[in-house]
Design a protein around this ligand. Structure first.
Ligand code: ZN
Length: 616
């Protein structure tokens, strides 16, 4: 039986032979979050859009056909809160780069994401490259930098922010940023956090008005109910995170009245414990997208302060109270008609790029949303937020997730990925899990890594030094990092958390997109430096090492600046068996200090370069 609405599409098909790029997906159970129905039918995909939704294959169609075998077909999932640099595990930072992270997301059925804070030079370039067709990975949408107060939240993370202190400055910064076409403008507003510097309310309101007047959406990072009320009244498009205390009686109606959407990011808030616990710990999709070192880190006994305190009134009990409060708030907001959107905060402790969206959906259902509501939060709702056509209607984008089991029966079934369709084509998922070997093989055309000539953390390679600290693993180490007079000065106070390691690490990617680079044409690293106090590990981060134990050389104190010529053979692991050095998959250079004890470390570097032995 052909429904009247479909007759026109069918007639067209009968009259016009299949176009070269057509794909007909037949025998599918179509899971449509718009109509909240599941019905058996077929989808005709033409280019990157859905051309027709059919009850049965059209007569006379002679293009490519894919039998879905009665599987469940839904729009590809969207994650609206991502930091796509990689993963943070209890053992440290796994820097994948946005491109590899986006491939892992696509493998997991997350066909698009919104990065909410990254190095703007890197993320906008990658996004624009993808939009011109150069990247098989989840669609990249990006905020670029975080807007925050000078010295405020986010300025400590080793990523370039844009700071605003006054309403005038907010207008100027927004106008300047708008030239790069951010998909949203993200800012931090933390007016009542003890010890945290925040922009004031007037500045925040000017920022939102300026963004709004340019037709751009805003996402506010908040942490208190006062912050939630202020940003809603100011007219933000969405806020992300929810305070960890019970929802005050007035807030649901206030958000509803202002049309404010909420991206609660539950996976980032509660993933640390869940990833270490069945059923999440044992999920096959987790094992597929997370690297062995990251899995091992979560499987190791949890010594974080959050879970050590098992006494009544201890940290664990407080954590459970937070979880109950936040899930109850999500439910109340949803029932009041506040749009709840799916985002994970992927990149923070407790998240895995690609996997955590499935965790988020389950947490939304745990909070009290129906599976349909949760699916809408990651598909049609998220698409509406981004201004994208997401759904199973003609004209919607042809990025689809095909499942072996019904996500309406159990939201956990979103993990049962049979295959993924991206922009109208079935994706070779196995290839996506490779680490981007296709991008390597580019010889590094330049021996000089950095001579700190620019008086900034921008290197001679055009990439930027990032400062990583141990905050996320319970440490309180601090660092003063300056570049002046052609020298990088670092003074670090290492303060490990209970039972953990303290560290301060400066890491420089060799490639702006953080792809591995081939440095096998060189013979080693030459460095002019002086360690004043403690010991410095100079590391070569390679994609061939997956346990964070990258080849390193330890340098101790000296009375004067020394020039060290370090052949690659001098670099070795600090605690694990050596991995053979090829030099073909090098991600970057890192300067790492720290350990299990509190200490003060200081060092200065004047120049870092790869070198080649002269021919004899
Ligand atoms: Zn975040």
């Amino acid at each position: 039986v052909i429904r009247p609405a479909l007759a026109f599409a069918l007639l067209l098909l009968a009259a016009v032979p299949a176009a070269a790029q057509d794909l007909l997906l037949t025998n599918a159970r179509l899971v449509d979050p718009h109509t909240r129905t599941v019905r058996t039918g077929a989808l005709l995909l033409r280019g990157d859009t859905i051309a027709a939704v059919l009850d049965a294959p059209p007569v006379g169609y002679d293009g490519e056909v894919l039998d879905a075998g009665g599987r469940w077909v839904l729009p590809g999932l969207l994650d609206l809160h991502v930091h796509s640099y990689g993963n943070l595990s209890p053992w440290g930072v796994e820097s994948l780069g946005t491109e590899a992270a986006a491939r892992r997301m696509l493998y997991a059925g997350v066909t698009g994401f919104l990065d909410l804070f990254a190095d703007e030079e890197v993320i906008f370039a990658l996004r624009d490259r993808q939009r011109t067709g150069g990247l098989l990975a989840a669609d990249v949408h990006a905020a670029g930098p975080l807007l925050t107060a000078p010295g405020g939240y986010g300025t400590q993370m080793g990523l370039p922010t844009r700071t605003v202190a006054t309403p005038d400055e907010a207008r100027r910064v927004v106008a300047d940023l708008a030239r790069r076409h951010p998909d949203v403008v993200k800012f931090a507003y933390l007016p009542s956090e003890p010890g945290v510097v925040s922009m004031d309310r007037t500045t925040m309101e000017a920022l939102v008005r300026a963004t709004d007047s340019l037709g751009l959406r805003t996402v506010a990072h908040v942490a208190s109910w006062e912050g939630v009320r202020d940003v809603a009244r100011a007219g933000v498009t969405a806020l992300t995170h929810l305070p960890l205390t019970p929802l005050p009686a007035d807030v649901a109606a206030l958000l509803r009245a202002h049309g404010t959407a909420v991206i609660p990011a539950l996976a980032g808030e509660f993933g640390r414990t869940d990833l270490a616990t069945p059923p999440w710990r044992d999920a096959p999709l987790l094992a597929a997208v997370a690297s062995p070192a990251v899995l091992a880190a979560y499987a190791a006994p949890d010594t974080s302060p959050d879970t050590l305190g098992t006494a009544p009134g201890g940290a664990l009990q407080v954590r459970r109270a937070h979880r109950a409060a936040v899930l109850a708030a999500v439910r109340t907001l949803h029932e009041a008609g506040v749009p709840i959107l799916a985002g994970t905060d992927a990149g923070v402790m407790g998240t895995i790029q690609g996997f955590s969206l499935h965790h988020e959906l389950a947490l939304l259902v745990e909070a009290g949303l129906s599976p349909w509501d949760a699916l809408a939060a990651a598909t049609t709702g998220a698409g509406a937020f981004l201004g994208e056509r997401v759904g199973l209607r003609p004209g919607d984008r042809a990025s689809l997730l095909v499942l072996d089991a019904s996500p309406v029966d159990s939201i956990r079934h979103t993990q049962a990925v049979a295959f993924v369709v991206y922009r109208g084509r079935v994706v070779d998922r196995a290839r996506l899990l490779g680490d981007g070997a296709a991008d390597a093989g580019l010889p590094l055309g330049q021996a000089l890594v950095d001579s700190f000539a620019s008086d900034s953390l921008r290197s001679a390679l055009g990439t930027t030094w990032r400062v990583y600290r141990d905050e996320a693993v319970g440490g309180a180490s601090t660092a003063d990092v300056r570049v002046s007079g052609g020298t990088l000065h670092v003074e670090a106070a290492i303060r490990p958390g209970p039972g953990g390691f303290g560290f301060v690490e400066l890491a420089l990617p060799l490639d702006a997109a953080e792809a591995p680079r081939d440095v096998s044409a060189f013979d080693g690293v030459r460095v002019r430096l002086r360690v004043l106090r403690g010991s410095l590990a100079l590391k070569l981060r390679t994609a061939e090492v997956t346990n964070h134990d990258h080849p390193a050389v330890l340098v101790g104190p000296s009375d004067a600046v020394q020039e060290l010529t370090l052949p690659f053979a001098a670099f070795g692991p600090l605690w694990s068996p050596p991995v053979p050095w090829t030099g073909r998959r090098v991600l970057g250079i890192a300067l790492s200090v720290g350990g299990a004890a509190a200490e003060e470390v200081a060092y200065e570097i004047e120049e870092l370069a790869f070198y080649r032995d002269e021919a004899p």
